[in-house]
Structure formats: C-alpha cells, structure tokens
Design a protein around this ligand. Structure first.
Ligand code: ASP
Length: 315
C-alpha cells in the first residue's frame, strides 16, 4: 500500500479582526503566527512522526502566541478570570482526553494529553483538573502570564455593552477565538486538537464545544479529524464534528460536502464560526460562515495561510 502524503491544517479561530480595522502590520503578524504553528506541526509529519504529535506541536505554538485565544492571550470570563478548555483525539482508536475550566498549565493541550494518556478518564474539569495537572508535573504559569491588555479591554467593552443594554455589534474579534489542528500522517492516521479560552464574558464555569468530543473536536481514521471554532453552544447542540463523521460514514458524503453543509446549516441558527477538517485521503476542508477564520495548511506542496474569504496565500 502506498503511504499517504501527510497534511496538517490549523485554525486560529473564527474571531477575526474586522477587515476594515486590520492593518498590514497586524495581518502580517497573524500570518507569521500561523506559519510558525504550521512549521512546528509539519516538522513532525515530515520526519515520519504521528499525527497526534503534529497536532499537539501546532497547538502548543498557537497557545504561546498571545494573538490567539488559547493559553497565553486567552479571553476573560464575566468574573474577570481566564478559564481554558482543551481536547485531543486520536483517530486510530478514538482515544481522547480533555480539560475544561482550567488556568495554570502553560499548554492546556498537554493537560488534555495527560488526561488521555495518564488517567482512566476522558474529560476533567475545575479543581480536580487543576490538581491532576499539578500532579502530572505539567509546566505551570501564573495568571499574569496569560493576561493581555487587549483581552482585558475586550471584556470591559463587552460588559459595558451589556450594562448599557446595547445591541450586539457583531464584532467577532471581541467575542470569539480558539486554536486547533488536524493532521493525517504518513501511516494514514488522523488526529485532532483544540484549545481555547472560550468566549469573552462567558459565565464562570461555562464550558464550550472545544473539549466536548463530537462537538468541537473529533478524530476517527475511518472518516475525518475535525477542530471547530465559533459559538460553542450551537456546535454542541448540533454535534457538529460528529455530524461530519456521520454524514461521511453513513451518508457516503465527501469531506467537503459534509463539512460545508453543517457549517451552512448552523449559520441561520446563530452558530457563527467554522472548522478545519482532513480525511484519510488527505482532503482538507476549511469552511466558515463568519467574516473570516485564521487558518492554514501545510503539506508537501508548501505552506498556505489565510484570514478572510480570499484564497490562501503562500509566502
Ligand atoms: N468555540 C469556542 C467556545 O465556544 C469559542 C470560539 O471558537 O470562538 O468556547
């Protein structure tokens, strides 16, 4: 059997800065951040490593980059604290691990990996998750390390908007963001990873779709690997990631049809956002119904990144 060509796709969230507010400098920084994450993840695939390691490396890079809403630079909840969710899934056997509502590990995705590999559970949250992460010896950081002024201001603006009873102005950058990666490795295995601070001014204790398997994260070698971003409640209610798997497995749909149709269906219901997905043949789908989605793809053909609806660009 011929080995498939490895491919990695990433996203940095559907909460893109409005095009009219985006400066060329800021745009260049986002493209550079995406390219850094793609090279970190694709390096694993290029040396014959597993998809699971590739998606973790890509997400670690995005978590450390304060431009994106995950790890450092995570958004604030309504109480003014940061609560992060992360998930990792292995398409070989549907092994999975996730954490919800934590602040402490420098890389929440490594906390998800520790749950998968070192516990008998799939999802840990809150105090128990924090204790587990400490006992697992994960690298930790103080809350101040995760904080950025821009995210703090976004919270103030959102709280002020609510106090004033003003209508939602639809500014996706203020509300949204998440990072994620999906990969196919040279052995034909798929994996998905997602990490997020959630939505700005979310209620304390709120958990989004990212750590909910079948909603924001999914991987099964028979079908696809998926990582989503957007209004998490809608992605949970419509089991978006698993819906793509089901449409492929039971409905015989190609990846692009399954992924694009579910993103189109949830749009009128308030499910703004998008996702990245890859199938076992290396097809990639990057649909979104928001004004943009930070995203990129790395393969033997090179590295491509994009923000708005225009075709991806290589630099
Ligand atoms: N999906 C994330 C959540 O609901 C947020 C986002 O991607 O914008 O927590």
């Amino acid at each position: 059997m011929t080995r498939p060509d490895p491919v990695l796709a990433i996203h940095g969230g559907a909460g893109t800065i409005r095009r009219q507010s985006m400066t060329p400098e800021a745009e260049a920084r986002y493209h550079a951040g995406l390219r850094d994450a793609l090279s970190a993840g694709y390096a694993v695939l290029a040396r014959g490593g597993p998809a699971l390691d590739a998606v973790v490396e890509a997400v670690k890079s995005l978590e450390d980059n304060s431009l994106f809403n995950a790890g450092r630079g995570a958004v604030f909840n309504a109480d003014g604290t940061q609560e992060m969710d992360a998930a990792l899934m292995d398409g070989r056997d549907r092994r999975a691990g996730a954490v919800a509502g934590i602040c402490g590990p420098r890389h929440p995705i490594l906390a998800a990996r520790a749950v998968m590999e070192r516990s008998e559970h799939v999802l840990l949250c809150g105090d128990g998750a924090r204790r587990f992460c400490a006992e697992a010896g994960l690298e930790h950081r103080d809350p101040a390390w995760f904080r950025t002024e821009q995210r703090w201001q976004a919270l103030q603006e959102e709280l002020e908007r609510r106090r004033a009873g003003a209508a939602d102005d639809g500014d996706e950058a203020r509300k949204h963001g998440t990072v994620g990666a999906v990969a196919l490795d040279g052995d034909g295995h798929l994996a998905a990873a997602t990490s997020t601070g959630g939505m700005t001014a979310k209620a304390a204790g709120r958990v989004g779709d990212s750590p909910v398997f079948g909603a924001g994260t999914w991987a099964d070698d028979r079908t696809c690997a998926v990582s989503a971003t957007g209004h998490g409640e809608l992605f949970i209610r419509h089991a978006v990631a698993h819906e793509i798997d089901a449409r492929m497995r039971w409905g015989g749909q190609p990846l692009a049809t399954a992924a694009e149709s579910i993103i189109a269906e949830i749009a009128p219901l308030g499910g703004s956002g998008g996702l990245i997905a890859v199938d076992a043949r290396g097809n990639v789908a990057l649909p979104f119904n928001s004004s943009g989605m930070y995203r990129g793809v790395a393969s033997g053909a090179g590295v491509l990144t994009g923000i708005y609806g225009d075709p991806l660009v290589g630099r």
